[in-house]
Design a protein around this ligand. Sequence first.
Ligand code: SF4
Length: 352
Amino acid sequence: MINRRKTRKIFVGNVMVGANSPITVQTMTNTNTENVKATLQQIEGVASIGADIVRVSCPNMASSATALREIVKNSPIPIIADVHFNYKRAIEAIESGAHCIRINPGNILDYGLKEIANAANNNNVSIRLGINSGSIPRDILEKHKEPSVDAIIETAILNIKKFEDMGFYNFKISVKSSDVNTSIAAYRKLSEISDYPLHIGITEAGTLFCGTIKSAIGIGTLLADGIGDTLRVSLSLKDIREEVKVGRQILKSLDLLGNTVNIVACPTCARTLIDVVAIATELEKITGNFDKTLRISVLGCVVNGPGEAINSDIGIFGFKKGIAKIYKDGTEIKTCAEENIVEIVGEIVSAL
Ligand code: SF4
């Protein structure tokens, strides 16, 4: 069992982040925000597969003031406006109805931060303070010689204090690095000294294969430590739905996603008697939106098949070439040809 660290709670629209709330999965659109139709299409796509929150970049007034208003109005999930350099974009985004603003305090002057905090306070909008190893203030960087864990934490403390001194507490923090070890160490350290909700992730993790592995290790390690209230998997790819799928799968692997189907499948070998890969892949598809906790095991033979079947809600294993046994709640209920497995399991699942 994972003991989640106790944090304050904030809201991003109607989604609670921190305290005892479920850990949420975020992603970020990669459309031109001014193209409202394309951006909303992407948001609907990620919302339909379980994204809880989505971030939208607002690099200019046309995006933060005009497009964002339409996007917020029509989005099925809360919107975080991503703003850099010019505090006025953040004010415009707040006035356009953004549910949260993501800023990197390192690239906005103190006067601008104050204006953002005031506007956010007046509109009950939360903020993410995104501390990034790539934008440590010069004096801190000179002191630590490199964007080390201590440099990141000193920057985080500096900005937490800045916002608290402005009377603003409605924020979550991220301390991301593109280096997995640095990220893990920074979040661990921050979680010891602060109880603000944490947005976790490995920044610029890379392409689908490498980025997924880096994120699973970095985010997964933190979650297993009980650290993290919301997460984003940052992948270099066109289809942002992959980020949501990976994020949800990380949570699922640690039993942190609530009602989900967990498919256990063996890697197959010379003993394999049924097409485990095709059956497990198909079952994953047909149970993707199933809203109950369920463990389904698919194994190729009797070496581990019966043992896993007994410990699963639904267990399938190869018994003879092309023939499988199906167990339900630990009891054998059927022997069938492998081509009928998916249909039979589908019927069992829909009757639950
Ligand atoms: Fe091979 Fe059987 Fe193990 Fe699957 S369960 S990997 S088929 S020995």
